[in-house]
Design a protein around this ligand. Structure first.
Ligand code: RTP
Ligand code: MG
Length: 140
């Protein structure tokens, strides 16, 4: 099986509570490897561009405000079946619906402040990685 890459964000609710290491333990515990990582504070334009696919949704404005409310940790994760595996470890968008043992079940605060983002398909993973990282910042 080939290695796959996915893009992850540890969201502002996690940096605010100082639990980024706890989130990382779920990621590494699932066999995913962090091959790039940086802590940033997104600009409004950067967050709007990242979530452009959601711009007609009613929660878009609040989502952007939340994502710029504090620092985030952006990451590239690598592993077998990394995209689907990370979505599984994250759990459902709404923590109330997330399975036991997932990041969102155990750590998320709400449907919006849900601790992590993970790409949903190979095309979006490639786009999202390129949105935040240069090739030479990724060490596989
Ligand atoms: P993500 O993109 O962050 O990995 O999460 P996802 O695929 O599970 O969820 P998605 O539908 O792509 O929504 C993106 C993010 O928007 C916020 N959200 N708020 N208030 C609401 O009803 C609502 N719905 C979604 C969440 O932060 C979600 O992760
Ligand atoms: Mg999504």
């Amino acid at each position: 099986m080939a290695l796959e890459r996915t893009f992850s964000i540890i969201k502002p609710d996690a940096t605010r509570r100082n639990i980024t290491g706890k989130v990382l333990s779920y990621i590494e515990g699932a066999g995913l490897r962090v091959i790039a990582q940086k802590r940033i504070h997104m600009s409004k334009a950067q967050a709007e561009g990242f979530y452009a696919v959601h711009k007609e949704r009613p929660f878009f404005g609040e989502l952007v405000e939340f994502m710029i409310s504090g620092p985030v940790v952006v990451q590239v994760l690598e592993g077998e079946n990394a995209i689907a595996k990370y979505r599984e470890v994250m759990g459902a968008t709404n923590p109330a619906n997330a399975a036991q043992g997932t990041i969102r079940k155990d750590l998320a605060e709400s449907i919006e402040a849900n601790t992590v983002h993970g790409s949903d398909a190979p095309e979006t993973a490639a786009q999202e990685i390129a949105y935040f990282f240069k090739d030479d910042e990724i060490v596989g």
